[in-house]
Ligand binder design. Structure first.
Ligand SMILES: Cc1cc2nc3c(=O)[nH]c(=O)nc-3n(C[C@H](O)[C@H](O)[C@H](O)COP(=O)(O)O)c2cc1C
Length: 193
């Protein structure tokens, strides 16, 4: 069984640290057998979410990517200790689609990005997604050389993240799908039958 991993980039910058490490994490997941896609919310601009219904070609594309994915890596800059508005707007569109799926996190921050990643985790938990227990944060030019290449330490962390999302994503995806198609009522997956 191959695992589909969607990377979601939410920086509006053309040269973005969070998007760069997201791409590296996807490359690592691919090396560990996953299929990968990168969704850049800078290039595919979602309208502001409204519960009263929205239709747009961009939303169709994003919905297709979200449904395709078994696991996600969410990438955000640190904006005032929070995720970017772009990421929050993306998350607002989906909930049942996230259930039983595994999430990894990367962040560009000057302050380790812990509050940013925790806020993304909170949103994902509300939708019954499974979050990896750690994330990777990078601190702009401290962690990158003048050519934009990450330090060896960051490279190593990102490789681990890509490996772990491929490995743990597979386990959780299989169990969730088995539980949805099975008869056991003593599982949270039963509500998605
Ligand atoms: C509106 C705004 C708010 C920011 N707030 C914070 C902050 O609270 N803490 C922090 O460490 N960095 C903050 N930053 C800096 C960005 O997190 C940093 O530049 C990061 O590298 C941007 O990510 P990107 O390279 O992926 O675009 C802020 C930047 C902007 C534009």
């Amino acid at each position: 069984m191959s695992l589909n991993v969607l990377g979601v980039a939410s920086s509006m910058r053309n040269v973005s640290y969070s998007t760069k490490i997201l791409q590296d994490a996807l490359d690592s997941a691919k090396q560990h057998g996953a299929e990968t896609r990168l969704l850049s919310l800078k290039d595919t601009k979602l309208p502001l979410y409204s519960p009263e219904g929205i239709s747009s070609p961009e939303l169709d594309k994003v919905t297709d990517d979200v449904k395709w994915a078994d696991a996600y890596i969410l990438a955000s800059p640190d904006y005032h200790g929070s995720m970017s508005g772009t990421m929050k707007n993306f998350l607002d569109y989906f909930w049942t689609e996230f259930a039983g799926k595994t999430f990894g996190y990367v962040c560009a921050s000057h302050e380790k990005g812990l509050t940013v990643m925790d806020q993304m985790r909170t949103a994902v938990r509300q939708c019954y997604g499974w979050s990896m227990p750690y994330g990777v944060s990078v601190n702009s030019d401290l962690d990158f050389d003048s050519n934009g290449n990450p330090s060896e330490q960051v490279k190593s962390r990102i490789k681990t993240l890509g490996r772990d999302i491929a490995a743990y994503g597979k386990v959780i995806s299989k169990q969730f799908k088995d539980d949805v198609t099975g008869n056991d009522t003593d599982t949270f997956a039963a509500r998605y039958r």
